[in-house]
Design a protein around this ligand. Sequence first.
Ligand SMILES: *[C@@H]1O[C@H](CO)[C@@H](O)[C@H](O)[C@H]1NC(C)=O
Ligand SMILES: *[C@@H]1O[C@H](CO)[C@@H](O)[C@H](O)[C@H]1NC(C)=O
Ligand SMILES: *[C@@H]1O[C@H](CO)[C@@H](O)[C@H](O)[C@H]1NC(C)=O
Length: 479
Amino acid sequence: FAWFRVLLLSPILICTFGSNVPVGHLKVLGSHRPPSVIIDEFTVDTAPKPEEFYRDYVRHSKPAVFRGAVLESKAYKTWSDAYIREHYGDLEARIEGKKEKWDTIPAGETYLGRDTFRHFVDTYHNSSSYMVSELPEKMYGDVAVIPSVGACGLIGKRFVEIDIWWNGGGGKSVIHKDAYNQINCLYRGTKHWKLFEYKYEKWIYKHKELEDALGGFSEVNVDRVDLIKHRNFAKIPWSNLTIHEGDCLYLPKSYYHQVYSEGQNILAVSLLFSRFDDVNEIDMSDCNDETDYKALRPLSDFDVMWKWAGTGYMTMGWGDIEENYRNELRSYVGSVDKFTVKHWNQHHETLEGFDIPREKFPDLESRNFTKAFKAFDKNKDGILSVNEIDQSTWDEFRYYALQFEDYEPSNSYMFEYSLIPYERVLKLIKMVLKSQEKLTRQNWIKLYTKETKGTPHYANIVFDGLVGQDDVVICKKIT
Ligand SMILES: *[C@@H]1O[C@H](CO)[C@@H](O)[C@H](O)[C@H]1NC(C)=O
Ligand SMILES: *[C@@H]1O[C@H](CO)[C@@H](O)[C@H](O)[C@H]1NC(C)=O
Ligand SMILES: *[C@@H]1O[C@H](CO)[C@@H](O)[C@H](O)[C@H]1NC(C)=O
């Protein structure tokens, strides 16, 4: 009888599978299968000590949620729009459009892609502006480091960069991965995270980028997942997480994630720390009976490799001083018998080729590797030793990195120059002068900001370049 039923039913089954439309096809991300990877969650009372946190989570790249972990922090208790405006209004941050696209970089108070906190607070509830920036150091005192990270041990001594993520609702990312480990604490709003383990990268349809890039993103459209074009994506088990204000998420290095912000004010601070690649143990020797495993500590108690002063050139995305710079220089200096400034300059010469002419950029110093060499050469004998590299301070590496790192337009006041090319501005000027005898400064600013979505600040610079400080006209002759 059972046989008979199976035979009878099988054509129907074949038919269903035969239609060949995968479950969740052209639906929103996460429709391909129910979430199945469970993420461990802790309360303030059950959170692990740093030793256990490293051993059970960081070492295995395993995420964890810390519910209510920063409810007692100053940032959680004080950071209203009015408070931030009053205390931090003059500081600057980097801004993006809510959609991750280069052509939607918004203009802040003065610059494209850069805003003051004052202007951001006044506009973010009703603009496309998404603050994705290094957090100004002056705000570190309000931000909490949870005990599992900061009570003791090496993790809290390896903060690479501190970022703020702030938008007025609807911020949404693609599926991507970041280079560093991070503790992401939400101070306002709600965030929905979808997580995909790094081991499934082979099915993630990673966008082709530089081969060795540690970051990266998926080509899958998160609003409408095409499971015929991206067939293997359907195989990926995933985690569905909702993070509320006051919660923190440990997101391991290279773990793929997609985030959607809910609310009218969604503000997170992310503490990025070293990858700890290729090790099974890290130094926890300062953890002892005296350690306070319960107290939040202000971030201002910690050193951070790349701190942001709240003005000038930003260092977002720079390397890990210990795992990148120190390790690389150590092996390099160790590979030569007597490592002189000649070897040093030979090594760095190759970098100059793809650099911009720094002297044209007022927020950047021009490169001087010789000066960096001298800072590392502690005994001033003209020879660098591995020992000297080992003993160099973060400040010395910071100076070195300033020479070494590539110029990144979005870290600079000059972003507008790289987004709105010279040719486009020239074309605009020519176009106006074809139809008009003269152009006032005011009209030029109006036209420039409308056509290029650039700022009045740069419209003025262009106008100054043409006629000096005059407010009046450009004659036809100028073209
Ligand atoms: C928000 O922006 C929309 C569209 O740009 C505009 O119509 C509306 O008046 C703005 N609301 C506020 C409160 O500024
Ligand atoms: C993911 O979690 C959110 C919030 O709890 C819930 O609304 C949503 O339905 C979940 N998604 C899936 C596919 O289970
Ligand atoms: C670079 O720094 C060295 C040492 O401080 C100095 O002697 C040299 O003039 C500098 N070179 C340039 C091009 O500024």
